[in-house]
Design a protein around this ligand. Structure first.
Ligand code: SAH
Length: 642
């Protein structure tokens, strides 16, 4: 039981949030704080105090006896910003609890125990369902214990700390100790939860039975060694975010046996259905196909069928109840897929000799359950068919813009992607910019300037090996940066996620004022990859069209004539007094900027760390800031335009 103690209104609200997230695990202690802490300390395995650490230290000091038996204590500050593991970090489970409390309250867990496992990803935040003793394995991770990783299915996981290890190939099958198992299988004897149980707020209570080395039902393939045998029960009062079992509530033979099973979205079920096929029949068919093959419904990624069945109600409802999308393919596409069991009926009805098998196999993969038909109690002909395929694991390539430099201009999404990666690829100076954010265990592949193509190739190759890769670039990674060379290399066998970043033109504009208030363009003056004639043609076009221009890569030691030339072209169409903003190292500690004019700008003061923004004929300097009006009509009639 976790005792909750608060003294203020804000503390009471936060305590209530925890209590409603974990109704079975928590108890609220009311009354005078000293008294409440005393009772909770005696009655609970863990205590969360919504009080200042100083107050808690004084209150519990006289109660502390032995770290093996004292409860773990976590403090949450008045603002709900931090969940501090105060005492009992290991034995009392306070480190793991701080992480869990942090997840529920949106607070930063503060763990001061000296272990290099800090920075461990929450096992329930890996983007896939998790079953088993989350708290126990989290605790083992945080404690730096050896945790075994059984990747029965290769799936792109974030970096896991160094104490997580793949078992040696010749390791004995019967091994104890905490483990993370990545699998879509339910071992023989495990009950596959029904479709209702996989809906919405599912998280089955999981009881460990044996450390099986058994065979999966219906196959002759040995399972990954040391796979936990899980029996799924109806969830007690499961709810999202209720990540951990109460410590000690899951019966297992000792702390060393803590196991979690991660369910990657690896299975595609192909479904064919006659018009009017009832949802229950479709669901029953899918459920029995998975059960007989020893597969977990939690690993279902999608329900695939032919275009003509996109709106078939029974199918749509079955997918909704399974919590997966319906993905459809044209009959033509399906007809081209080679399948073991083609037949004439679908050929006549929808124009392909196979729907279930072909739809499941479209993206490649291994056919685990060949076509089977539904069974009807009334003996009438089956109205649904299904087939199950395990898709090939897809690596993940996140192309992440880091922003112009300042940490607070790095987006939260970029940060999350950096922590989601197990491999980081980038220019050494950018890696330095974010090294502290990476999870321990992240493999870093850094290279120097000029190795763009090699970086792009490496990143794609790692993703194709099934890794979660982050390819980083400053500013926006798609602007004169790594996204294009990487995507030019990448085929459709990996997932690509783009994370936008604040590009230099925007970072500079915010410093200068509002120079980009009307149409604007960015032009790189680097003729390394682009012939000068092309660059000049674009500068000329911008000049003639009276567009605000931001020059990237304006000038380097070996490239000094391009900027004066480009400015001269613009000067042919703009007044010498046109404002020009020069921003060097925007948002970095040694940043500087100045506002000058076309006539007064000395190109020699510009270097590669700089962007140069040249106004259009309407741009003005107002109160020391560079402002491009949104248009004359707007100025005359502010109500009339947006
Ligand atoms: N992907 C980057 C641009 C890479 S090209 C982005 O989106 O910002 C490199 C050029 O960007 C540099 O020569 C410079 O002109 C500009 N640049 C990048 N960061 C900058 C910063 N913090 N301040 C000023 N200019 C910057």
């Amino acid at each position: 039981m976790i005792g909750l103690i608060s003294a203020t209104a804000a503390g009471a609200v936060a305590a209530q949030r925890l209590a409603s997230a974990w109704p079975e695990r928590t108890r609220l202690y009311e009354g005078p704080v000293r008294d409440a802490v005393g009772r909770a300390f005696g009655e609970c395995e863990q205590v969360v105090c919504f009080l200042a650490t100083g107050a808690v230290v004084r209150l519990i000091a006289p109660l502390l006896a032995d770290k093996a038996t004292d409860p773990g204590v976590v403090c949450v500050d008045e603002g709900g910003r931090f969940a501090v593991s105060l005492v009992g970090g290991h034995a009392g489970g306070a480190n793991a609890l701080a992480v869990e409390v942090g997840e529920v309250l949106g607070a930063e867990p503060v763990v001061t125990t000296a272990t290099d496992a800090v920075g461990v990803p929450g096992l329930d935040t890996l983007g896939m369902p998790v079953e088993g003793d989350v708290a126990g394995v989290s605790r083992a991770l945080l404690d730096g214990e050896d945790v075994e990783l059984d990747l029965e299915i290769a799936w792109p996981l974030p970096a896991l700390p160094p104490n997580v290890r793949r078992p040696a190939p010749d390791a004995p099958a019967e091994r104890g100790g905490p483990a993370i198992v990545v699998t879509d299988r339910v071992p023989a004897g495990g009950r596959v939860s029904g479709p209702e149980e996989t809906l919405g707020t599912d998280r089955a209570g999981v009881t460990e039975e044996t450390l099986g080395t058994g065979l999966a039902a219906g196959t002759e393939e040995p399972l990954g060694t040391g796979l936990a045998s899980v029996t799924e029960e109806t969830p007690p009062a499961g709810r999202p975010g209720d990540a951990g079992e109460p410590l000690g509530a899951v019966p297992h033979r000792g702390a060393g046996d803590a196991r979690v099973v991660l369910r990657p979205p690896s299975l595609v079920v192909g479904v064919g259905a006659s018009r009017g096929a009832p949802a229950d029949e479709v669901l029953g068919l899918i459920e029995s196909a998975l059960r007989d093959a020893g597969l977990s419904p939690r690993s279902l990624a999608e329900l695939a069928t032919v275009d003509a069945k996109a709106d078939e109600p029974g199918l749509v409802e079955a997918a909704a109840r399974l919590g997966v999308p319906v993905v459809t393919h044209s009959a033509e596409e399906l007809a081209a897929v080679e399948v073991p069991n083609p037949s004439d009926a679908p050929l006549a009805a929808v124009g392909t000799p196979s729907v279930a098998e072909a739809a499941a196999l479209v993206g490649g993969g291994e056919l685990l359950v060949p076509k089977r038909k539904s069974e009807r109690a009334d003996g009438r002909p089956a109205m649904a068919t299904c087939a199950v395929v395990r898709r090939p694991a897809r690596g993940r390539l996140a192309v992440v813009g880091l922003g112009p430099g300042a940490r607070d201009l790095l987006t939260p999404r970029a940060k999350a992607e950096l922590r989601r990666a197990s491999v980081l690829v980038g220019l050494d100076q950018y890696v330095d910019q974010i090294r502290d954010l990476l999870r321990p265990g992240t493999r870093i592949l850094e290279s120097g300037l000029g190795a763009e193509e090699e970086r792009a190739r490496t990143a794609v190759a790692e993703a194709r090996r099934g890794q979660a890769v982050a390819l980083i670039g400053s500013g926006d990674a798609g602007v004169y940066a790594m996204a294009s060379p990487a995507l030019a290399e990448a085929s459709d066998d990996i997932d690509v996620i783009g994370v936008p970043g604040v590009t230099a033109a925007l970072a500079a504009a915010a410093i200068l004022g509002a120079p980009l208030g009307h149409d604007h363009v960015s032009i790189s003056l680097s003729d390394l990859h682009t012939p000068w004639e092309v660059i000049e043609r674009r500068v000329r076009a911008a000049a003639e069209a009276d567009i605000v221009v931001t020059f990237y890569n304006p000038r380097s030691r070996g490239r000094d004539w391009q900027l004066p030339k480009a400015l001269a072209i613009l000067a042919g169409h703009r007044e010498p007094t046109t404002p020009v903003g020069v921003v060097r190292n925007a948002s970095r500690p040694d940043g500087s900027h100045r506002l000058t004019t076309l006539a007064a700008l000395d190109p020699a003061t510009v270097d590669m760390m700089t962007v140069v923004t040249v106004g259009n004929t309407a741009t003005r300097e107002i109160a020391g800031r560079m402002v491009t009006p949104r248009g004359y009509r707007w100025q005359e009639n502010p109500e009339g335009a947006e």
